[in-house]
Design a protein around this ligand. Structure first.
Ligand code: T3D
Length: 277
């Protein structure tokens, strides 16, 4: 039977909206609605949150890769899902509050580094989902689009907060207001992206990055992520105090002691395989 144009796909096709590969020390989470460029439905939101929560609970998991199935990373909100609301006036604030805001907050608070492997177009909330990750890798054909104003909306999922911090006010305003595609290499030059690689090499690069992170002391990474998050709103004086407090905690970890002993002993360190609870 042919899919009706106004039905969100995937659930109907029996495909899970998110695929999770537990690859030993890291997890690969793939948004899996390729026929809609992995646009967000409620099901996709729920599955992605569950996958992130499970990764956080798995103490063998030291990093997460987030990517998209097919030719896109994520096209933001599924507008077909919204079509169903056309008769009523939808309360988009409610869906932002219920789904998008908690997702971005959860990503930023995850005690694990998250790598976005942007394998194609990242539009609307999909673009800001990628930018909210800790390390953004992009395939050469990827592009980032703040698609919101094209449909009369406001950049969300942290876009209005992240963009000026990443690229400065002038570029943030251009991106947000004009909603033009920003190609991967320009995104890298502007500081939105850690690294651009050939499309065919993207997943290998993401896996290598995850393994490199997984080999580092996990608590140090979690505390570093926490320090950077607090630094985004603190003044210097307050942040110096944050660094003191977090360094105190880091200095008490077994991995720090092991790293120093290994360095002085001129041997490779043997860090703990599991993240501490
Ligand atoms: O609602 C709320 O809760 C508020 C929160 C909002 C958050 C947001 O993200 S708002 C922004 C929503 N997203 C968009 O406005 C982007 C819409 N998509 C596009 O502009 C284009 O598709 C792209 C620029 C992303 C890619 O263009 P292109 O030419 O590479 O691909 P395409 O042919 O347009 O898309 C391929 C298929 O995916 C196509 O389906 P078809 O014709 O093959 O059956 C297209 O309809 C579908 N698709 C792409 N984006 C979405 C989508 N279907 C539903 N929702 C989408 N967002």
């Amino acid at each position: 039977m042919q899919q009706r144009r106004d039905e969100p796909t995937n659930a109907a096709a029996g495909q899970p909206p998110v695929l999770v590969e537990a690859a030993g020390s890291y997890r690969l989470i793939t948004l899996n609605r390729p026929d809609r460029l992995n646009a967000f439905t409620v099901d996709l939101h729920r599955a992605l949150r569950a996958a992130l929560d499970e990764a956080a609970r798995d103490d063998a998991c030291r990093a997460v890769i987030l990517t998209g199935a097919g030719r896109g990373f994520c096209a933001g909100q599924d507008l077909v899902e919204r079509l169903g609301d056309a008769q009523a006036t939808p309360d988009l604030g409610a869906t932002i509050e219920a789904f998008y805001n908690p997702l971005i907050a959860a990503l930023r608070a995850l005690p694990l580094p998250v790598i976005a492997a942007v394998n194609g177009v990242a539009a609307g909330a999909g673009a800001n989902l990628a930018l909210a990750c800790d390390i953004v890798l992009a395939g050469r054909s990827a592009k980032f689009i703040q698609a919101f104003t094209k449909i009369g909306l406001v950049p969300d999922s942290g876009g209005t907060w992240l963009l000026p911090r990443l690229v400065g006010s002038a570029r943030a305003r251009g991106l947000a207001l004009l909603a033009e595609p920003l190609p991967a290499e320009k995104a890298e030059a502007w500081g939105l992206v850690w690294k651009v690689v050939d499309d065919a090499a993207l997943l290998d690069e993401a896996r290598a990055t995850a393994l490199a992170l997984a080999a580092l002391p996990a608590e140090g990474l979690a505390l570093t992520k926490q320090a950077l998050a607090l630094g985004e709103s603190n003044g210097l004086e307050a942040q110096l105090e944050v660094e003191r407090d977090l360094q105190r905690r880091a200095g008490r970890t077994a991995d720090y002691r092991e790293a120093v002993a290994a360095f002085v002993g001129k041997r490779p360190p043997a860090f703990r395989a599991k993240r501490p609870a």
